[in-house]
Design a protein around this ligand. Structure first.
Ligand code: DC
Length: 211
């Protein structure tokens, strides 16, 4: 059976960078589950539809294709907000569950899988061998997101980025289905005062202690 590493946490806590590096280091396959929700959200947003429309969002999730995951606009902030909205709809989550579980059970490379998201350790892969909950203060996360946007040459204001981050945290944490919460057996890794290399080293130590 393939080894599964579940990495959950709020937006911009550093889990994507960490998950990608861990997968490369261990020779595992990586799945960014947020991208799936972004793809569903953007199918609606692009068509001028409301991502909170239950019937349309469920239909978009059920008809999701690999091409949708390759769309070029999935990293923009509109996609993040749309993703967070479709993600609170139970029928959307149910439609996306099989794909994620299949990837975890039979990753393309056959060795192991690293999945990152909000509910990997609690709902998608409750049997994962290693569970990390990667977090950081909302101010630190907003600072990082602002820097990322500035590096891309996109104008952004700290106050707006912070407000967006709080809005998304609130929706992801308080939704009725699969809310953002550490699994009881997850190890919490707070990256507020760690750079990417330090977070990677800490995660490797945690993984080493579990295997
Ligand atoms: O990780 P991200 O920023 O790309 O995620 C975008 C949104 O998708 C996030 O605000 C909540 C939702 N999401 C989720 O509900 N469950 C997941 N496993 C991954 C993402």
């Amino acid at each position: 059976m393939s080894i599964v590493i579940a990495i959950d946490g709020p937006a911009a806590a550093g889990k994507g960078t960490l998950a990608r590096r861990l997968a490369a280091e261990l020779g595992f396959d990586y799945l960014d589950t947020g991208l799936i929700y972004r793809a569903v959200g953007m199918k609606l947003a692009r068509a001028g539809q409301n991502p909170a429309d239950v019937a349309l969002a469920e239909q978009a999730a059920q008809s999701l294709s690999p091409d949708d995951l390759a769309a070029g606009d999935l990293r923009i902030d509109e996609a993040a907000q749309a993703a967070s909205k479709v993600a609170s709809i139970p029928g959307v989550r149910a439609a996306l569950l099989d794909f994620q579980r299949k990837f975890a059970a039979t990753p393309p490379g056959g060795k192991g899988a690293v999945l990152d998201g909000r509910d990997i350790g609690t709902v998608v892969c409750p049997e994962a061998g290693v569970k990390l909950f990667v977090t950081a203060s909302v101010e630190k996360r907003a600072e990082r997101r602002l820097k990322e946007l500035q590096e891309k040459g996109l104008g952004a204001i700290y106050g707006t980025v912070l407000a967006d981050m709080r809005e998304r945290d609130e929706r992801d944490t308080n939704r009725a289905v699969a809310p953002l919460v550490p699994a009881p057996d997850a190890t919490v890794l707070d990256t507020s005062d760690l750079d990417a290399d330090q977070a990677f080293a800490a995660a490797l130590r945690i993984i080493g202690s579990k295997r």
